[in-house]
Design a protein around this ligand. Structure first.
Ligand SMILES: Cc1cc2nc3c(=O)[nH]c(=O)nc-3n(C[C@H](O)[C@H](O)[C@H](O)COP(=O)(O)OP(=O)(O)OC[C@H]3O[C@@H](n4cnc5c(N)ncnc54)[C@H](O)[C@@H]3O)c2cc1C
Length: 546
């Protein structure tokens, strides 16, 4: 704390919320000598990162997010990784990042090298291996452009620079073609690229992890980016649970003199003469921010709660009210008395994330059913197995599963399988348990000892997710639909794209903003970089000094 009056604490930057974007942003600023305060309304720090003995003692469950390839591959980790390792953070990885297990007992795997993947895809259809090699050959020369979109403030000189680089390298027609091809759906890209339905079903479920479905615009590009990123980066997780990343970031921020506090609900951003000057908390306390207020919230909260009427132009507030949320999510956590016994390919037992689906059409159908308000008849089940890398998360000889279901409606109109009475359509405890029974039965067809090995099951419905973290509005794990009109250049929404807001010194970060959800900390890093960029005045002064 520094500056300010007797009673009012004052910092260079106040960060609202303690999600990964907040912590990365605060860490980068604190290391550069800024006084920072991170204020979190919940009793736990980390937002969608939390590790807890949710079922039984000795079982460490990642309650929400679990897989850290985006963090490990991101710019914040590149900058902070060594210092975080000094605070005890250690990453574990695998040669078996992901697979899909099909209802007929067959499975397809995505492995860690181009050669291994070519051989695996050829196993399902001769020629698909060469197709994968060709994908890599065209992807890598322009990987800086593909990944650059996620690490660049698109509404800025840097964004223009990225466009100019594409133009210089590819020419006008080439650049237009490059962008056009990236708008294809996952279905179109997969079916044009690979012959085997096993290959389609291996990659299609990954579009769910980008908030899209396989028929959405630009989902083909997201499928490619994820497939290449998983091959190159694997599926790293921290030893001891995802929360070890939060612990290390908090220790780093505090080590540089920053404040990180839980149980501090920010109610209002204070504005004077068109610029943000601090925040007030729900308990009435004021915290002054001399250089920036950085809000890791949804547009719904920023424009509907934190900013007083009239603080921003009325059309912006009106558009923010129409910010759309994506499909809802359910998490199921199993504590098992013994390791899962998989039917079929023995590599399934070593694989970090196994998707259960009939294939591309299965994912498409389940997405469509959820979009129409129905519980899918045959959901895409994400079966996460953190013990494949980190046995310390369960008692010796035991098992633990992290299950994710990303194809659910917030308001349930009915059941596509015609089995469950959905009542008034709200997520009651009874409805979530009966839906989880259906999912457990699906998994038990692949994991033959599941039912006998369950010691405890904990189900988190979309309503539970929203109650745990206000940013997971309607149980949307990605804090806002990623349809094209709310993505990339247009995120969070076209009337206020990017991270600078119409209030001076007020910055908007978090999953609702570009580059969207995930543990890459992209928005927090982009804003920290902009805040740390020397101003024109600083640059002129250093020129004069030379
Ligand atoms: C169930 C689930 C599984 C996921 N799995 C993965 C995964 O494996 N890998 C991956 O890369 N991504 C995953 N994601 C996505 C990823 O976890 C999120 O996109 C990311 O963690 C969001 O970080 P954030 O910085 O936007 O903020 P959040 O993590 O959403 O945190 C925001 C914080 O701000 C606080 N807050 C909000 N308003 C206020 C206020 N007024 N005052 C004070 N505090 C406030 C909230 O309480 C919350 O703690 C998953 C998400 C979910 C929900």
């Amino acid at each position: 704390m520094h500056g300010g009056g007797f009673l009012t604490p004052s910092y260079d930057a106040v960060v609202i919320g303690s999600g990964i974007n907040s912590l990365a942003c605060a860490a980068l600023l604190a290391r550069a000598g800024w006084g920072v305060a991170v204020l979190e309304r919940e009793d736990e720090l980390g937002g969608a990162i939390r590790t807890a003995e949710l079922t039984e003692p000795g079982y460490l469950h990642d309650v929400f997010s679990a897989w850290h390839p985006l963090w490990v591959g991101g710019a914040a980790h590149a900058e902070l990784g060594d210092e975080l390792a000094g605070h005890g953070l250690e990453y574990l990885n695998t040669d078996h990042p992901t697979a899909t297990a099909y209802p007929d007992g067959e499975a397809a795997f995505l492995l860690r090298t181009g050669e291994a993947n070519a051989a695996e895809l050829d196993r399902h259809a001769a020629g698909d291996g060469q197709a994968w090699t060709s994908v890599l050959e065209t992807f890598f020369p322009n990987a800086d452009l593909a990944f650059g979109v996620f690490g660049t403030e698109l509404w800025s000189k840097a964004g223009l620079g990225l466009g100019a680089r594409a133009y210089r390298r590819l020419g006008r027609r080439g650049a237009v073609e490059f962008v056009g091809e990236r708008l294809a759906s996952s279905r179109d890209w997969l079916t044009e690229t690979f012959q085997s339905e096993r290959a389609h079903g291996l990659l299609a479920p990954w579009v769910l992890h980008t908030g899209l479905g396989p028929d959405a615009a630009a989902s083909g590009y997201m499928t490619q980016v994820i497939a290449v990123a998983v091959q190159e980066g694997g599926m790293p997780i921290p030893r001891g649970g995802g929360a070890r990343l939060v612990d290390a970031l908090v220790a780093l921020i505090r080590g540089h003199g920053g404040l990180v506090e839980a149980g501090r609900d920010v109610e209002r951003v204070l504005i004077e003469e068109g610029g943000a000057t601090g925040v007030t908390l729900a308990d009435g306390e004021t915290v002054v921010a001399e250089r920036a207020v950085i809000a890791n919230v949804t547009p719904t909260q920023l424009y509907g709660r934190l900013l007083a009427d009239g603080a921003v132009p009325a059309p912006v507030t009106a558009r923010a009210q129409h910010f759309r949320y994506g499909r809802s999510d359910m998490q199921i956590h199993f504590a098992l008395s013994e390791p899962p016994r998989w039917e079929g390919d023995e590599r399934l037992a070593q694989t970090a994330i196994v998707h259960l689906t009939p294939g591309l059409d299965g994912v498409s159908r389940a997405v469509n059913e959820a979009d129409r308000g129905l519980l899918p008849a045959e959901a895409t089940v994400v079966v996460g197995q953190p013990l494949t890398m980190d046995p310390s998360r369960a008692p010796e000889g035991a098992g633990l599963l992290w299950i994710q279901l990303q194809e659910l409606p917030w308001h349930v109109k009915g059941d596509a399988a015609g089995e469950l009475d959905v009542g008034d359509g709200t997520w009651t405890d009874d409805l979530k348990e009966r839906y989880a029974d259906r999912i457990q039965a699906r998994i038990a067809r692949h994991i033959t000892n599941l039912d006998s090995a369950v010691r405890k099951r904990v189900v988190l419905s979309p309503a539970d997710l929203q109650a745990a973290n206000v940013n997971l509005h309607h149980g949307d794990p990605y804090s806002g639909s990623l349809a094209l009109d709310q993505n990339f250049l247009w995120r969070p929404f076209p009337a206020s794209p990017g991270h600078a807001t119409s209030v001076d010194r007020l910055w908007h970060i978090g999953a609702s903003t570009h580059p969207g959800p995930g543990l890459g900390a992209g928005s927090g890093t982009l804003v920290a970089k902009q805040l740390l960029e020397p101003s024109l005045l600083d640059r002129a002064r250093s020129l004069v000094r030379r």
